[in-house]
Design a protein around this ligand. Structure first.
Ligand code: C2E
Ligand code: CA
Ligand code: CA
Length: 751
């Protein structure tokens, strides 16, 4: 069954955080773009206002030139001397010195003329005096100024007709100026009437002479403008200024058809500032971007990690990491849900509590890593079970709980339990070794056994105890009396220590015979607990409890000492004592045994210790060292319950034992299954080949005995021959045996 775990939670929150991060990144980028745009806009604004200012300044300067022109001209034209030397007689040299050349030197006037009435009386072309009739004179451009001036003077004298000559003599010059094309070139033209200043000379009655001067807007003009205004690269253009230039239209006088512009390279303080700041701005932007990217990256990684660990945590919260099954929390949730739904629909739900058999031994002897592999393998098998609605979970340690909905069919729960057990029992291959791990199951069924999740599990756990006590590898349904048994088990735990102190423990001895079933060759010492209220308790009940609580070593050494004390004078008979794998974790087991042998005076050769296969399976150097030390002392080592566990002979190579005790489950199957007989035959042959003694335990029928004799088994032990008995009965028993044997010998002789 797929475990419905919300693994999407982590990814969803990761996506949400991604979106937030993206949004923040966009905002940061937008802010940077806006900043850039704002800087550009600000630069543009500054440039535009500079442009406006400069256009005004240049336009004003062009107008200002007119004023300057008037000042220059007036200094010559408003002068008695000038009237005298132009209107009364033309003193060309004087005029040239004081007017044409002077203006040229002063302000680089290009053309200077004196016009008398309508004809040019004097001309200076580029500062050179030229005879009036030969001079270049653009009358079309210049004469309108002359006429204007003459008209102005005439108008004024008309108005002042009755005025005193003195006053008239003081009249200011009439002045006209403007921008026009002269000889096809843009130029500033000024015209002024020549009038007296102090009146020492009387103005002529006729039209006064007019001084006309021309300043071409040429390099000289432009350069002086550039110097004055600090504008760059001024030129005259017939086109309006291009985008990268500033310009003002030359303010031509009305009637000028072809416009022209004064154009210069613009001063762009905004752009200049931007250019100056650009590297710093860029560096700041890059830094900002890097910092933002760093912060976002870190944030993203942090949220990713958080999301991942969230997902992992929510997975961990419901899945057992080792087995991949649902964990206990998940189980309780699902079980609770299903029980709640059960109330309505009249269905039943079976709860199987599976506990692995001998798992503790695997951990103890093979190591925890092997234990983990086994658990993972069992997990995989439970996962592979295909039953509708099945939920397999690891409850803890080597315990699993499996939920399966069931109907009313009788035997259905048992069938499912067996399917689970079979799946568990299949051999696992670990390090090339086949390992068989059995399991015991306790089962409860809801709603009959209970309606509450933890109660159903508790009762199923109780049923597992029963299954274990009934020989393991089986399933038991919960029955109310089992609760009583569990209580007893708990009591055993608390009682055992007291029992040892109060001498409630004793040893029974079960004789072991040679194959003929008559000659007693030794005894197996078996623990018994004579409980004051509960009577005789078998080791099957308290030994596992003692193993778990760690009391077992004390118990085993007590049994060993007791057996050595009691069996000291039983002739050559051997005594076999059981040791638990737990005992081999003791620091100096061999030393403890030696001490007991010395103190009791029991000969080592008569002692046999029985160990289980599990002990040899693990590669525990301490266990092997203890076993070797014991064998070196002369103590025999028997392998108990052979065949019941891992069914592998491989470990026999690792450690040499003296005896193999074939497990009673094989003996009891003689005559029942062909396998059992064949396996026994095989084991006996192998053991004989290796010079190992074979003991068959649990012999209950003559048929079994005969078969064991036929395959050549060395020794036999079982109820058929003798049950375990207290030491007090032993003397009488041995006498009896002796008598029977003697009788048999007599009968044999008689025949
Ligand atoms: P085990 O070592 O396999 O001992 C043989 C068990 O089989 C004994 O049970 C014995 O009473 C029983 N048995 C003997 N003949 C027959 C027969 O023909 N048929 C059947 N069905 N059973 C037979 P017991 O005495 O109850 O002991 C149970 C187990 O307790 C022993 O199994 C052994 O593993 C453990 N045990 C007994 N004494 C000690 C001890 O001193 N130390 C440790 N560590 N374990 C002990
Ligand atoms: Ca035994
Ligand atoms: Ca045995």
């Amino acid at each position: 069954m797929r475990i419905p775990i919300d693994s999407g939670a982590g990814t969803a929150s990761a996506k949400a955080s991604d979106r937030t991060i993206l949004a923040v990144a966009l905002v940061v980028c937008a802010a940077i773009v806006a900043m850039g745009a704002f800087a550009l806009l600000a630069a543009e604004r500054v440039d535009a206002s500079a442009r406006q200012r400069w256009t005004g300044v240049v336009a004003d300067a062009l107008q200002g030139k007119v004023g300057l022109l008037q000042r220059d001209l007036a200094s010559f034209a408003h002068w008695d001397e000038s009237v005298l030397r132009t209107a009364y007689f033309l003193d060309v040299d004087w005029v040239h010195r004081n007017y044409g050349k002077w203006l040229r030197d002063q302000d680089h006037h290009d053309r200077s003329y004196i016009v008398l009435d309508t004809s040019v009386a004097y001309a200076a072309i580029d500062g050179e005096k030229v005879a009036g009739e030969q001079a270049i004179f653009d009358g079309d451009a210049l004469m309108p100024f002359v006429y204007d001036v003459q008209k102005a003077v005439a108008g004024r004298s008309g108005r002042n007709d009755g005025a005193a000559a003195g006053l008239q003599g003081n009249a200011p010059s009439a002045f006209r100026a403007g921008y026009v094309r002269v000889e096809g070139r843009p130029a500033l033209v000024g015209a002024i009437s020549i009038t007296p200043d102090y009146g020492r000379v009387i103005a002529p009655e006729q039209i006064p002479p007019v001084a006309v001067t021309v300043l071409f807007i040429d390099d000289h003009f432009l350069n002086s403008l550039a110097r004055e205004l600090r504008i760059a690269e001024p030129t005259v253009s017939l086109q309006p200024p291009a985008a990268d230039r500033h310009g003002v239209a030359i303010p031509f006088a009305a009637g000028e058809s072809q416009p022209a512009w004064l154009v210069w390279k613009p001063d762009t303080p905004g752009t200049a500032l931007l250019h100056a700041l650009l590297p710093a701005l860029m560096a700041t932007t890059v830094l900002l971007l890097v910092a933002a990217a760093g912060v976002l990256w870190y944030a993203r990684r942090a949220t990713r990690n958080l999301a991942a660990s969230e997902a992992y945590a929510s997975r961990l919260a419901y899945v057992d990491p080792l087995c991949g099954l649902a964990n206990r929390a998940m189980l309780m949730r699902v079980l609770g849900d299903r029980l709640a739904r059960l109330e309505g629909d009249g269905h039943r739900l079976a709860v199987f509590f599976l506990d692995l058999d001998g798992f503790k031994d695997i951990n103890d002897t093979l190591g925890h890593h092997v234990g983990d592999v086994v658990l993972a393998e069992i997990g995989a098998r439970l996962k592979a079970l295909t039953m509708p609605g099945l939920l397999a979970s690891r409850f803890g340690g080597d315990e699993f709980v499996i939920l399966v909905p069931v109907g009313d069919t009788p035997g259905e729960v048992e069938a499912i339990g067996n399917t689970i057990l079979e799946a568990v029992r299949r051999p696992t291959s670990i390090g090339g070794q086949a390992l068989v791990v059995g399991g015991s199951i306790g089962a409860t069924v809801a709603p009959a056994d209970g309606g509450e999740a933890s109660e159903l599990i508790r009762l199923a756990d109780i049923a597992v105890y029963r299954a274990k006590a009934d020989g393991r590898g089986v399933m038991r349904r919960f029955e109310p009396r089992m609760e009583h048994e569990v209580r007893q088990r708990r009591e055993i735990e608390t009682d055992l220590q007291r029992a040892m102190r109060d001498n409630e423990l004793t040893l029974f001895y079960q004789p072991q015979f040679s194959a003929d079933g008559r000659t007693v060759i030794g005894f197996e010492a078996l623990l018994r607990w004579i409980h004051p209220s509960r009577g005789l308790i078998s080791p099957g009940e308290f030994v596992p409890v003692a193993e778990q609580s760690g009391l077992i070593s004390e118990l085993d050494l007590w049994a060993l000492r007791r057996a050595c004390e009691q069996a000291g004078d039983w002739g050559a008979a051997r005594v076999a004592v059981n040791l638990s794998p737990v005992d081999f974790r003791m620091r100096d087991l061999a030393g403890a045994v030696r001490k007991i042998l010395e103190e009791t005076g029991f000969p080592a050769e008569r002692l046999e210790i029985e160990i289980t296969e599990n002990l040899l399976l693990g590669n525990q150097p301490e266990a092997f060292a203890s076993l070797t030390a014991l064998r070196n002392m002369g103590v025999r080592v028997a392998l108990d319950d052979f065949g019941s566990g891992y069914s592998s002979l491989g470990y026999l190579r690792r450690f040499r034992v003296d005896t193999i005790k074939i497990d009673r489950s094989f003996i009891q199957n003689i005559g029942q299954t062909d396998d059992a007989a064949a396996i026994i035959d095989c084991v006996v042959r192998l053991a004989r080949a290796l010079a190992i003694t074979v003991t068959a335990e649990g012999v209950e029928t003559r048929e079994q005995l005969r078969y064991l004799q036929s395959v050549g088994c060395h020794h036999v032990q079982g109820y058929l021959l003798a049950s375990p008995m207290p030491v007090s009965s032993l003397g009488r028993y041995l006498d009896q045996v002796k008598r029977v044997r003697e009788y048999a010998v007599i009968r044999h002789a008689e025949v």
